[in-house]
Design a protein around this ligand. Structure first.
Ligand code: PMV
Length: 312
């Protein structure tokens, strides 16, 4: 038997605008996808951690399709056991983590050395693409590096190597907490990515200005976290949330729960990931008491929540 695992991710800044050449910042989560592979008959078992459920609609990525895409022609001779600790179809990177975990487990099953970053990233992007449309590479990059990650790619095409990307880990000057929340499902990344491309066609210049503004908030957020100025990062997150809302990516319920997080004391709060019908959001907190207050408030309002800490 061979095992592989990879963490989920939370995008702090840069969802959608990353596909238009703007910088993004994300953080790997302590919740993971774990895969066990053994030689067998192509049986695939997928389990979610307790309390989690798959969405009832069919728009979100099907994990079974990702397993087939990652194992390729060998799928029929391998049994796969998958445990997903992340709420699926929420924007917490469960598809990318599954792709990376599968590719790692497959190398281990064949007794091969782990792949270097470039190759693992290219293959993880290809697996995600096969299963559900084009990925910017942001999710698998954070999952592979398992850290706080800054990411920029050239606009317009899917990167196939590190040369087409600028990816680096960021060391926060001070520790901070991220209260991660999930409210329902976002309805599928590919659907939202298409809707945003259509909006660009329709709007033109104001759309481009919105992307530049999102890039600018991402740069402020990156600087804030790198310099230990969480207040600036929080304000930048609030502003980015407003722009994403104007792009049609924030539901009424999401708007309300992001306000709940701010009212409970979060230094800043915003939606995260593809967005749309629901999905992930976060609040920033400078100390654990503040984080627990925010967590209590969003759980009372009906979200699944947990706290992640980025060490300074
Ligand atoms: O699939 P999600 O919700 O983690 O969104 C990923 C971020 C997007 O920018 C919307 C898509 C991408 O591939 O970068």
């Amino acid at each position: 038997m061979a095992v592989g695992e990879a963490p989920g991710k939370l995008i702090l800044f840069g969802e959608h605008s990353v596909a238009y050449g703007q910088p993004a910042l994300g953080v790997a989560l302590s919740k993971k996808v774990r895969v066990s592979l053994r030689r067998g008959e192509g049986r695939v078992t997928i389990r979610l951690a307790e309390g989690l459920r798959f969405p009832s609609d069919t728009l979100a990525a099907a994990p079974g399709a990702l397993v087939k895409a990652a194992l390729g022609a060998d799928a029929e001779g391998i049994d796969a056991d998958v445990l997903i600790e992340l709420p699926p179809a929420a924007g917490l990177g469960s598809s990318a983590a599954l792709a990376v975990a599968l590719l790692r487990a497959k190398r281990a099953l064949y007794g091969e050395e782990p792949l270097p970053f470039d190759q693992l990233l290219a293959r993880a992007i290809a697996v995600e693409d096969l299963a559900h449309g084009r990925s910017s590479g942001l999710d698998p990059a954070i999952s592979i590096l398992s850290n706080v990650v800054e990411f920029v790619r050239r606009p317009g095409r899917t990167p196939r190597s590190k040369a087409e990307l600028k990816v680096k880990t960021l060391a926060p000057a001070e520790s901070f907490h991220v209260v991660v929340g999930v409210l329902g499902h976002h309805g599928g990344t590919a659907t939202r990515v298409r809707a945003i491309a259509q909006l660009k066609e329709r709007l033109g210049a104001p759309f481009d200005a919105a992307m530049r503004a999102l890039g600018s908030t991402a740069r402020s957020g990156i600087r804030g976290i790198a310099q230990g100025d969480l207040e600036t990062a929080g304000r930048a997150a609030n502003l980015a949330h407003g722009i994403l809302s104007g792009l049609g990516l924030v539901s009424d319920e999401m708007e309300e729960i992001v306000r709940t997080a701010r009212n409970a004391g979060a230094v800043g709060a915003k939606m995260s990931g593809a967005g749309g019908a629901g999905g992930a959001f976060f609040g920033l907190a400078s100390d654990i008491r503040m984080a627990n207050d925010v967590l209590t408030a969003i759980e009372r309002a009906g979200a699944i929540g947990f706290v992640e800490t980025a060490a300074g």
